[in-house]
Design a protein around this ligand. Structure first.
Ligand SMILES: C[S@@+](CC[C@H](N)C(=O)[O-])C[C@H]1O[C@@H](n2cnc3c(N)ncnc32)[C@H](O)[C@@H]1O
Length: 278
């Protein structure tokens, strides 16, 4: 079974766990907004507003949200920017839920969700050259074995001057974990339980985007120098550790592995922005 197929099947079960605990939005929030005491959703949406600004999205623009999950961020960004979004992922169960959300929120004229084949991310072949104003990703590229191919495909489908902006799970040296072997020792449970092909680093993402042809304008560890406990409110932990839905034990163990990597400091989240030169 390919890694991409494993990811697709992972989300058949993860959707029950994630929706019951996180609702429609499954990515980390802006740490400063969380520190101000905003709810997880409000702080995540504040980050989405920053992403919209970094992407330079204007009313009427066309953008792709790659790995759109159940669509929470896609609908919100389309609303905030008054622009049009296509959300893509490789799991039809997620896309169907995202479509229902768009319908329920009255946004189905602005956002469309499609399911693509497991390896279509390497070419994004359904899109002609230079057709989009922006490509956005939230914590989806981390799943891909061939991340560099995705960045090349994103470059191809963007208009000159178009931007790619995204947030993703990363690994890094921290404290006593300095060598690749030590880092992997502390984070490999996350790869296993969350079906992450491999965790990149801030530098590796910058390199892949640059090699694809982009001018990278932002490549930042959102938790520079501190452990990444973003979007893990203590009050929410029992919902994870006592989760009893489909494959409950798997998701409980996953939470333990992720918290261990957060505590070791080797897990973090990065924010990226880059432009296709006009
Ligand atoms: C952690 S979820 C993030 C969902 C959404 N971006 C959010 O933050 O709420 C990861 C998303 O990446 C998608 N994904 C993973 N591998 C993929 C692939 N090979 N092709 C397309 N989508 C993929 C999953 O289907 C899922 O929608």
């Amino acid at each position: 079974m390919s890694h991409e197929q494993l990811v697709r099947e992972f989300y058949d079960n993860a959707v029950h766990c994630y929706e019951s605990i996180m609702g429609h939005t499954w990515h980390h929030a802006d740490p400063a907004a969380e520190a101000r005491g905003l709810t997880g959703l409000a702080a995540a949406q504040e980050l989405e507003e920053q992403v919209v600004a970094l992407a330079g999205l204007k009313p009427g623009d066309y953008a792709l949200d790659f790995g759109s999950g159940v669509g929470g961020e896609t609908v919100y960004m389309a609303k905030v920017a008054s622009c049009n979004f296509v959300g893509l992922c490789n799991n039809e169960g997620l896309s169907a839920r995202a479509r229902a959300l768009a319908e329920k929120t009255g946004m189905s004229d602005k956002v469309n969700f499609f399911t693509i084949g497991d390896e279509d991310y390497k070419t994004l072949v359904a899109f002609p050259d230079a057709c989009l104003d922006a490509v956005i990703f939230y914590e989806s590229v981390c799943h891909l074995p061939d991340k560099a191919a995705f960045f090349r495909a994103a470059y191809r489908i963007l208009k000159p001057g178009g931007r790619i902006v995204g947030l993703d799970w990363l690994q890094r040296p921290f404290g006593e974990y300095q060598t690749e072997e030590q880092i992997l020792g502390a984070i490999s449970g996350v790869n296993e339980y969350y079906r992450i092909a491999w965790h990149g680093t801030v530098d590796k993402y910058r390199e892949m985007m640059t090699e694809a042809g982009f001018d990278v304008t932002l490549a930042r560890d959102l938790f520079e120098g501190v452990k990444c406990w973003g979007s893990t409110p203590d009050g929410e932990r029992p919902q994870w550790t006592n989760y009893e839905g489909p494959e409950g034990e798997f998701f409980r163990k996953g939470k333990v592995a992720l918290d261990a990597a957060r505590d070791a400091g080797v897990f973090t989240v990065g924010l990226f922005a880059a432009t296709k030169r006009a």
